[in-house]
Design a protein around this ligand. Structure first.
Ligand SMILES: *[C@@H]1O[C@H](CO)[C@@H](O)[C@H](O)[C@H]1NC(C)=O
Ligand SMILES: *[C@@H]1O[C@H](CO)[C@@H](O)[C@H](O)[C@H]1NC(C)=O
Ligand SMILES: *[C@@H]1O[C@H](CO)[C@@H](O)[C@H](O)[C@H]1NC(C)=O
Ligand SMILES: *[C@@H]1O[C@H](CO)[C@@H](O)[C@H](O)[C@H]1NC(C)=O
Ligand SMILES: *[C@@H]1O[C@H](CO)[C@@H](O)[C@H](O)[C@H]1NC(C)=O
Length: 531
């Protein structure tokens, strides 16, 4: 009798998900339980292991469990590949060492290498089928060994990704394999052990170009594989290549600034090709130059803080997330153009030189500076942020928010009251600023904003370190936090007491005044009850 494998899976999955609401695989499953004590020796003794780092309470882990158990059985029975589990609530040490930041984390360990950085993280679907497919691929050698020239030519001719070839440098084999294990999804690694002349060559898929030969000292890369890795990530990119979603990651991996040329017509590209290719050579290892088709990807200009006026040139320093570009026209000026704007090569060259010399000014996205401040909460914008928060004389509390964020909306009236209380105090008034900024429409440099709202206190003084506010979001807690951290010695709770006292007195006076008025005219007002 023939079983349809898929149906069997489906049925057993159903049963599994009804029975096993546990994240921990059953003892009698094919999943191997690893601990602080045996993790290292087990991984080092295996060619290939997929390890799941989990916590028993985690919902996604529970959901994964039946799939994982299923995959473990197939992989063990048919492919001699091991799936393991580490309970991070029991064996924290190993989870820390492996840099586990969320549950479940699935890592692939190859060739007994335990190093957290070289292990690939599984990012695929959390189904048995997907895991099985992925692990079968992972079990194939990540370095292809070829013996003859014909075989190599085939590979090179059919290449869709960059191919790096180790021609006979056998001393490098170990590092080469280890780099291949972590990067073989992006590049193809080939070894030709029989080569007489030894070198490391890189072939780009773009065509029959001569390979790029590693020109550093071979001894250095035998010593330190990172040198070869970095070289590969830079050299695998063309001097001036077309960018789209499929290769963007290669550029990110190279960790270099990107210089974009947006074009609309083929002529606009042709006219600049040679120019940018030369720049690409000149700034190799410093800046990557790319062309981008504005007809398809014009919106990307906005990410670079530029208007969609093409052709256009801009630079993005990805590590600092700073953007640089040539001046653009106003919308009115642009609308009146009858021919596309001209991007002057001399201007581009100047911008690049300034950028490299750290003389170029980044383009800061900012709302307009408000003419007047409408409430006691000071409205910051990108252009004013640094001047205000790094004011040496004043303590400054800043709320970084997004208009759509619910927590921010709930905080708004409390924050407003806080600002009112401090503004009411003659002494505090000039010593502290309660401010806010809409982070979605203003660039803020050098402040980490992991979520909304993020509230940061900048004490007065030249070298004061910013302090993150992490207490309950109540007026009382804010005032206590300010007292705790104020360089200007602002006693929040005391100011609050005064404020409340004053408020009471005012209300009393108001009520008395109203009472007098009321006695004069509308005596039936039901509000009187509250007096
Ligand atoms: C399965 O793999 C282990 C190492 O991971 C190896 O020692 C063992 O011989 C393999 N078994 C088979 C049947 O290939
Ligand atoms: C490369 O392509 C040729 C024909 O286009 C084919 O015969 C050959 O098997 C392919 N080689 C590899 C390694 O895929
Ligand atoms: C690199 O090695 C290969 C294979 O031995 C050889 O054909 C090629 O000419 C070498 N390239 C250089 C620049 O030495
Ligand atoms: C890019 O940003 C990084 C990180 O801030 C900085 O170290 C580097 O100097 C910047 N590069 C240029 C050319 O400005
Ligand atoms: C203020 O400082 C005290 C004493 O260090 C601490 O217990 C309290 O939690 C702090 N309050 C806030 C809101 O930071």
């Amino acid at each position: 009798m023939m079983f349809n494998k898929k149906t069997l899976f489906a049925v057993s999955n159903l049963i599994a998900s009804v029975l096993a609401q546990e994240a921990t695989a059953p003892k009698d499953s094919a999943v191997v339980k690893l601990t602080n004590d045996n993790f290292k020796s087990f991984v080092e003794g295996s060619n290939l292991v997929l390890a799941e780092f989990f916590a028993p309470w985690c919902g996604h882990c529970k959901k994964l469990a039946p799939e994982y158990v299923q995959a473990a059985k197939i992989l063990k029975d048919e492919h001699n590949i091991t799936l393991a589990q580490i309970d991070c609530t029991e064996d924290q040490e190993i989870c820390m060492e492996q840099g586990v930041q969320g549950y479940p984390t699935l890592k692939v360990f190859k060739n007994g290498e335990i190093d957290a950085d070289s292990a690939q993280t599984y990012q695929g679907q959390r189904t048995a089928d997907a895991i099985v497919d992925y692990m079968i691929k992972a079990s194939l050698p990540s370095v292809i060994t070829v013996e003859d020239v014909k075989e190599l030519d085939d590979l090179l001719n059919n290449a869709t990704s960059p191919i790096i070839v180790n021609y006979g440098v056998s001393k490098l084999d170990k590092n080469f394999l280890s780099i291949a294990d972590s990067l073989n999804e992006m590049y193809t690694f080939v070894s030709v052990p029989s080569s007489k002349k030894q070198n490391i060559s890189l072939y780009l898929p773009s065509g029959a170009n001569d390979p790029i030969v590693f020109n550093g000292k071979i001894d250095d890369i035998i010593e330190d594989k990172l040198i070869l890795e970095k070289w590969l990530k830079v050299e695998a990119l063309p001097y001036f290549g077309e960018i789209d979603g499929s290769i963007f990651q290669f550029y990110v991996e190279s960790e270099l600034p990107m210089a974009y040329y947006f074009y609309v017509t083929e002529d606009q590209l042709e006219d600049y090709k040679e120019y940018f290719t030369e720049l690409g050579k000149k700034y190799r290892g410093e800046i990557n130059f790319v062309s981008i088709d504005a007809k398809q990807f014009g919106r990307h200009a906005v990410n670079l803080n530029m208007k969609e006026q093409f052709p256009m040139f801009a630079i993005h320093n990805l590590t600092a997330n700073l953007k640089y570009g040539l001046p653009q026209l106003t919308d009115e000026e642009y609308a009146e153009l009858t021919i596309p704007p001209v991007v002057d090569k001399a201007d581009i060259t100047k911008l690049i030189t300034d950028f490299v010399d750290h003389k170029a000014e980044p383009i800061v996205q900012s709302e307009e500076i408000p003419d007047i401040q409408e409430t006691n909460v000071y409205k910051l914008v990108g252009k004013t942020h640094d001047d205000i928060v790094y004011d040496n004389q004043k303590d400054v509390l800043v709320k970084y928010y997004a208009p759509w964020c619910g927590h921010c909306k709930r905080l708004a009236p409390i924050y407003e009251e806080l600002a009112d209380i401090l503004a009411n105090d003659k002494n505090a008034q000039n010593k502290i600023v309660i401010a806010e900024i809409d982070d979605t429409v203003n660039d803020i440099m050098g402040v980490e904003i992991p979520g909304y709202p993020t509230i940061v206190f900048y004490p007065a003084g030249k070298d004061a370190e910013p302090i993150l506010f992490e207490s309950a979001r109540t007026v009382e807690a804010f005032l206590e936090f300010i007292k705790n951290n104020s360089a200007n010695k602002i006693d929040g709770p005391a100011i609050y007491e005064d404020y409340k006292r004053e408020l009471k007195a005012k209300q009393k006076a108001k009520r008395e005044a109203e009472l007098e008025n009321d006695n004069d005219d509308d005596e039936d007002d039901y509000d009187h009850d509250e007096l």
